[in-house]
Design a protein around this ligand. Structure first.
Ligand SMILES: [Mg+2]
Length: 272
């Protein structure tokens, strides 16, 4: 699990999923505020790596006082700011204008509706996403991915192969399925960010909660699964049992903060 022994003095990057990881199901991340401030005091970047849109992450960054780069739309794009404050974007995905007709084709092939995020009624959005008004608008403001309501279990089994034939992939977040270009993933976006920022020698603490975080966790030097109130997602059972991933000691922001204090801020290489 630990790829960092040989480079234990390398600088840390904390690369984290947001929904279900740093944030609970009410989007509350405040219990991690002190840990975030301590990371900032040590100039350790906190890099969101999320299915959220750039607009949503900008709103979170402003609330959390973060200035570090960020990965959006499940790795569809990487964003940051130059030293003079000019924004930059690196895209890895396929534009949503190409994804939308592919979603419709997949719908026909599956003979099952695949309802895109921006086709949800206000009531559906409230129930499924807990979002309304401007927050819902920001979540719908997609450039490089198209979230849709997860279909039936049998359709979900067939989707990866059908998607692959169309040059796209489907990943599962904690609320929605996401259609994105085949070359986009959270792990690839992290590699692209490392290349751009000269981060080849950094130690990455990666934190996630859902199957769409698998490529991020695979790319981490220390990889932590953050559980929900009912425990970790079952997809990580084997990796946790084998010790490839660690399990945060508490759900969401509380567990996230404990991992930060016991790993990055303790100077140690493992929090167990
Ligand atoms: Mg998540």
């Amino acid at each position: 699990m630990n790829k960092t022994d040989a480079a234990s003095s390398a600088p840390w990057w904390v690369v984290t999923d947001l929904d279900g990881t740093l944030m609970d199901h009410c989007y509350n991340w405040r219990p991690a505020l002190e840990a975030i401030r301590c990371l900032q005091a040590q100039r350790i970047p906190v890099i969101p790596c999320t299915s959220k849109t750039a607009e949503e992450v900008r709103s979170f960054r402003a609330a959390a006082g973060l200035r570090d780069p960020f990965i959006v739309e499940n790795g569809g794009a990487v964003h940051g700011e130059t030293s003079t404050g000019d924004p930059w974007e690196l895209s890895l995905g396929r534009p949503v204008t190409e994804l939308r007709p592919i979603l419709m084709e997949l719908e026909q092939l599956l003979d099952e509706p695949l309802q895109a995020i921006d086709a949800l009624s206000a009531k559906q959005a409230s129930v499924l996403l807990g979002l309304q008004g401007q927050e819902l608008q920001m979540a719908c403001s997609r450039s490089w991915s198209l979230p849709f309501v997860p279909p039936s279990a049998s359709a979900r089994q067939r989707l990866p192969e059908l998607a692959s034939r169309h040059g796209v992939s489907v990943v599962q977040g904690n609320r929605m399925s996401h259609l994105l270009g085949a070359k986009a993933s959270k792990g690839r976006a992290l590699e692209a960010l490392k290349l751009r920022e000269g981060g080849s020698s950094v130690r990455v603490l990666a934190l996630g909660d859902s199957p769409n975080d698998q490529p991020l966790l695979e790319a981490g030097d220390i990889s932590v699964v953050v559980p929900g109130p009912d425990g970790p997602h079952p997809v990580f059972a084997q990796a946790l049992a084998e010790g490839r991933y660690e399990l945060a000691p508490a759900p969401h922001a509380h567990g996230w903060a404990e991992v930060i204090f016991q790993t990055v801020l303790s100077g140690g290489a493992s929090f167990l």
